[in-house]
Write a protein that binds this ligand. Structure first.
Ligand SMILES: Nc1nc2c(ncn2[C@@H]2O[C@H](COP(=O)(O)OP(=O)(O)OP(=O)(O)O)[C@@H](O)[C@H]2O)c(=O)[nH]1
Ligand SMILES: [Mg+2]
Length: 196
């Protein structure tokens, strides 16, 4: 699958504004700063489609992008310490509303390849099981590790998250590592819908 001309559609802050679309939806989730926006830019072949930042917790809305064959939803990052309790609660509610009401073909759940999965990462996966959302895991920033370290690390993370080794794809937004694997996974997820 080749992506060309991905465009920003809209930002939403509440469930009544969730995008209504006939296109399959791919969602991207993960803690603040894990590399969600960077991954989206990698998939889109664009440097600045989704805003990236060195300050974590910048994306506070759900941002939708039209990728042609599918819509992509960039979800607000979780687990950012410097956010008030109230705001965290609002995010939790928005996330649960999104998972329970928006028909999601595939959710990409991102974790940083260098770090141990956090309690929030595990909770996210529990939500996905609970709401029966199909998902694939992505280990970001693979360029930060030597090539030979990637596979063993993927195995460790998959084990910690109690998923299969093949359920986790390592990527690097910087080098494009894993991009084709991820596009294949997305393609599979959206083709299943077409045949329904
Ligand atoms: N080396 C490296 N850095 C990355 C990669 N992906 C993202 N980064 C960096 O990590 C930081 C955060 O990236 P973002 O894409 O903004 O992360 P995010 O998950 O969208 O963050 P929020 O929107 O704040 O939740 C930026 O400084 C990026 O340049 C990667 O694959 N490799
Ligand atoms: Mg972001």
């Amino acid at each position: 699958m080749k992506i060309k001309d991905a465009v920003f559609v809209t930002s939403v802050a509440s469930a009544d504004k969730f995008l209504k679309t006939d296109k399959p939806i791919i969602a991207v989730a993960g803690k603040s700063n894990v590399g969600k926006s960077s991954l989206i830019n990698m998939l889109a072949n664009r440097k600045k489609l989704a805003k990236t930042s060195v300050t974590p917790g910048r994306t506070r809305l759900i941002n939708y992008f039209d990728f042609g064959e599918f819509m992509l939803a960039d979800l607000p990052g979780y687990g950012f310490a410097k956010v008030s309790k109230e705001e965290k609660k609002k995010w939790g509610v928005l996330l649960e509303e999104f998972l329970s009401t928006q028909k999601i073909n595939l959710l990409l759940s991102l974790v940083d390849i260098r770090h141990e999965p956090t309690a929030d990462d595990k909770m996210m996966i529990n939500y996905l099981y609970h709401y029966q959302v199909p998902f694939a895991l992505v280990a970001t920033k693979a360029d930060k590790l030597g090539k030979t370290k990637i596979k063993p690390r993927v195995k460790e993370i998959a084990t910690a998250l109690k998923v299969g080794f093949a359920d986790l794809t390592a990527t690097s937004a910087q080098t494009g590592y894993g991009k084709d694997d991820l596009l294949r996974i997305i393609e599979q997820a959206i083709t299943i819908t077409d045949e329904e």
